[in-house]
Design a protein around this ligand. Sequence first.
Ligand SMILES: [Zn+2]
Ligand SMILES: [Zn+2]
Length: 278
Amino acid sequence: MQITLLGTGNPIPDARRAGPSTLVRAGGASGATVLIDCGRGVLMRMIAAGAVPPMLTAVFVTHLHSDHLTDLNDVITMHWVISPVPQTLRIYGPVGTKAFVEHTLAALAPDIQYRLDHHVDLTQGPMVEVTEVVPGDEFNLGSGQISVIVGATDHRPVEPTVAFRIDDGTHSVVLAGDSIPCATLDALCLGATAYVQTVIREDLVKLVPSQRLQDILDYHSTIEQAAETATRAGVETLILTHYVPGIAPGAEDEWRAIAAAHFSGTIVLGDDLTAVEL
Ligand SMILES: [Zn+2]
Ligand SMILES: [Zn+2]
């Protein structure tokens, strides 16, 4: 199983970091390629990671915050236009995802019509199938050997929010999205090989005299909290992403040390396209 941090940024534009998105490749050729969230610049990072939209088995959406979804329209359009034969883009997300996708397709209507009118071999618009999921749902991907479990997270007042656990029979990874620690996240992570958590650096955020920034402290995991979740769940590898603020060049070891004080396993963090092979 390979996990690639496509975008490690946060909502604020960053010249070095794309918006939140992660790519999981599991089960080899007969397995699945899953994109988790679609932040700013996702397709630039996906192509750099050697993947194009038609290769996606599914897109998972953790929640409907714009930083996690802003480029879903690009994924939908390019999946449609690049695919040599018509194929369905499968999207799994919390309740509300269907309406979001419908609205996105409505916004894309002029573009869809331009392309249908111009390309004779394009005979239908994007085929998108949305499955709204709730905590406790389980489903399979690929030729069936990739199993997925959906768990509840806590990012209130943003609701609903979900995490996904992907298991290829040998390894498993939990994509937590934005969340503070909670019992349901602990349960989903229990015994997983890897756990990907979006994090903030509480000490640095607290230095910024902006109420709007202080507001984010109550609905994100700090590095310490992510490390504690990893320890409670007994995961082998903790993968941190969605850094607030962005990790300054050369400060990776400082961030790693904060996590290491609460977690003794492998800690992964870094620039966009940081990848881990489990
Ligand atoms: Zn969020
Ligand atoms: Zn976010």
